[in-house]
Ligand binder design. Structure first.
Ligand SMILES: [Zn+2]
Length: 211
């Protein structure tokens, strides 16, 4: 009987992004470098306070597009733990709220990452927001047109934990009009809103400050 050699039985640990040999808990150093995960995180205050894991450059764009096509549990695990590290403390005072998908769309990265953060930290993660109606595609709209387009789009679950402040979660933030509309709907229902945490922000044109 032929023996199966040890090497064929071992699963070699890989970086979940580039699949090079790597056994650490995150992405490999080269992928972390390309995503600028070792650098200060971009943040700003307009139109609501925001923090991002990175700016939406070619590398982040590729990662997010790939993730939207296929949920990779290992990638989601790393991104969730990176997001978790950016949340204000104490985390028990924060309630996460992923921006819901458009009507007719399946849950995507914001929902997957919210679920994984909740698993890693036991943070509250009930769906607080729902899309009441479809809005137009926003790519061609200016900031003020986007705000108009989003009026009345979100409905909100009744307030259950008045002390908890909501942190919105999204994959890509562009003008922030969607986050702002979500924050306004939550505030109108009595929720406090801390801001929005996103994987990538498209621009530093607003008031992005590197701190
Ligand atoms: Zn890698």
């Amino acid at each position: 009987m032929a023996l199966i050699g040890w090497p064929t039985l071992l699963i070699h640990p890989q970086c979940p992004l580039c699949h090079q040999a790597w056994s650490g808990p995150s992405f490999c150093p080269s992928c972390r470098d390309q995503l600028k995960l070792n650098q200060p995180r971009p943040q700003g205050t307009q139109p609501i306070p925001w923090r991002a894991l990175g700016l939406y450059d070619a590398n982040w764009r590729q990662l997010i597009l790939r993730l939207r096509q296929r949920a990779s549990p290992k990638v989601i695990r790393v991104l969730a733990s990176e997001c978790l590290a950016l949340l204000p403390k104490p985390r028990s005072a924060i309630q996460l709220c992923a921006i819901p998908p458009r009507p007719g769309h399946q849950p995507g990265p914001p929902q997957w990452i919210q679920r994984e953060i909740s698993r890693q930290s036991r943070m509250r993660a009930q769906p607080l927001l729902h899309r009441r109606r479809a809005c137009l595609g926003q790519h061609h709209l200016s900031g003020s047109q986007r705000r108009q387009n989003l009026q009345g789009v979100f409905s909100v679950e009744p307030l259950q934990h008045p002390s908890a402040k909501v942190m919105l979660l999204d994959d890509v933030v562009t003008t922030g009009a969607t986050s702002q509309a979500a924050a306004e709907a939550l505030q109108a229902a009595g929720y406090g809103v801390v801001g929005v945490l996103c994987l990538a922000h498209t621009s530093s044109l607003f008031d992005a400050t590197m701190t």
